[in-house]
Design a protein around this ligand. Structure first.
Ligand code: FAD
Length: 440
């Protein structure tokens, strides 16, 4: 006989504690089966079979698997397409409800709608909860009910809305006895999923009070390790946003601000999904004629531009899957403004490499740098890589770490002259925007 269960489907919320969907699933009554799907529609697209993200997810899922196994509860860790996997699960169990936390990316929304449709057809309840952000969708809107497109007023309202209610943890552990008790089900190995180990070191969950206390002063200097490196944990939900916000609120207002930026971009993606599908937030920027020189793009990717701070960032990214925020801004500005290469090329490159890759923040960051995003850097603000280095890496510690040959004769000369490229960029941007104004 098929067992009557509720399914808790984990996606970007890979933890058993303080998890909204899990809390509601466990409280609902029927025994709960935890599920993770290694989604082949996503995995098959990854050309590099040594992928840090897949490995990070694999470890996080195994941690949950072991935690459940210790309680005598099986976890379904499956490989396949979600539709097909749910078909399999519906034959195996009598599913009463599917519980999951919401995801605001266009592909995830489409996936969830498809699963919701088959669930409905089978008379199964499908419920999504808010978990990865404090405020979602249209919870923070302007007085006229429209979504914000400028950060400062959004941030102000976000802060005024925050109360203990939103910060409270979901006490899942009190209901752990409601997990299904049954034989364990062997999970696939990383190799069976078609992936190899990368031997990466993943940043631990950083709760250093000192780091948070000094964050405001140190966060802009790439050589000093003054940021949290929590990006990947926030991306995959190995840390709860509520727990983190509660902890840092008292220590660093600046850090809280960055968490609000994260929510701002999630909110933008939800309300303006076209930005996640390759469209500029500011339509007039679609008019820019990008040069898109492939050889130049290749030099940027490899960290061979002849600008040490740009090259250091790209090499750090290529070797570790991480790049410091200040340097993300510098490299992105260099690609779009100095080289006049379409921001979508850079966005895609970062998406393939960043351990903390997140569609909303990556897209937001790239559109900000290119000038076409909501609340973006104005097009005439063109980062001077030399001045940025002087200000944020004055002793050249960061440059020396990643570009040890920067002062040698065989280090390439700058691939474009800064002043010349700046003028070329201003002409290209102002020309494109002027054309539109005339036509409009
Ligand atoms: P910390 O400085 O310790 O910040 C803590 C957390 O706050 C981060 O982990 C992140 O979740 C959030 N945060 C901080 N700054 C921002 C920001 N500007 N926008 C949104 N959230 C922020 N962040 C991603 O999480 N994924 C991406 O794919 C991504 N791509 C980016 C691309 C570009 C071109 C730019 C300019 C920025 C991008 N960012 C992205 C934002 C930021 O660079 C990273 O969040 C940050 O560098 C991660 O390091 P950390 O965890 O040490 O950050």
């Amino acid at each position: 006989m098929r067992k009557r269960v509720n399914i808790c489907w984990f996606r970007r919320d890979l933890r058993l504690r303080d998890n909204a969907a899990l809390y509601y699933a466990l409280r609902e009554g029927h025994p709960v089966v935890a599920l993770f799907i290694f989604d082949r529609t996503i995995l098959d697209k990854l050309r590099d079979k040594a992928d840090r993200r897949v490995e990070f997810i694999f470890h996080a899922v195994m941690e949950m698997y072991d935690g459940l196994a210790a309680m005598g509860s099986p976890m379904e860790v499956l490989y396949g397409e979600p539709m097909e996997v749910f078909g399999r699960l519906m034959r195996k169990y009598e599913i009463m409800g599917i519980f999951a936390n919401g995801d605001y990316e266009p592909d995830a929304i489409a996936r969830d709608s498809a699963i919701e449709a088959i669930a409905k057809e089978a008379g199964v309840r499908f419920s999504l909860y808010k978990d990865q952000v404090m405020f979602e969708k249209t919870e923070i809107v302007k007085d006229d009910g429209h979504a914000y497109s400028v950060f400062t007023p959004y941030c102000k309202r976000w802060r005024s809305m925050l109360s203990d209610f939103y910060l409270k943890s979901y006490p899942t552990a009190s209901y752990f006895s409601n997990f299904l008790q049954d034989e364990l089900i062997a999970p696939p190995t990383l190799e069976e999923l078609g992936f190899k180990k990368t031997n990466s070191e993943f940043p631990p969950i950083n709760r250093s009070r000192d780091m948070f206390r000094q964050y405001g002063d140190k966060r802009d200097y790439p050589a000093v390790g003054g940021t949290s490196r929590l990006g990947v944990h926030l991306r995959f939900g190995t840390i709860s946003i509520r727990e983190l916000a509660r902890y840092v609120m008292e220590i660093s207002d600046k850090f809280l601000n960055e968490l609000i930026w994260r929510e701002f971009y999630q909110m933008i993606l939800w309300n303006f999904p076209e930005v996640g599908q390759g469209r500029a937030f500011k339509k007039e920027y679609e008019n820019i004629v990008w040069r898109n020189n492939e050889e130049e793009f290749d030099r940027w990717c490899k960290g061979q531009t002849g600008y040490p701070i740009v090259d250091a960032g790209m090499r750090e990214l290529n070797e570790t899957g991480y790049m410091h925020n200040r340097v993300r801004m510098i490299t992105a500005s260099f690609l779009t403004k100095h080289l006049l290469i379409d921001w979508r090329w850079g966005e895609a490159y970062f998406a393939g490499k960043l351990l903390d890759f997140d569609l909303a923040s990556n897209n937001g960051g790239w559109q900000w740098a290119a000038g076409c995003g909501c609340d973006a850097a104005p097009y005439f603000r063109i980062f001077n890589p030399y001045l940025q280095t002087k200000k944020f890496d004055p002793q050249l510690d960061y440059v020396r770490e990643w570009v040890p040959e920067w002062a040698d004769l065989d280090y390439p000369a700058p691939m474009v002259d800064h002043e010349w490229a700046r003028k070329r960029c201003l002409e290209a941007y102002s020309g494109a925007l002027r054309v539109l104004r005339q036509n409009g």
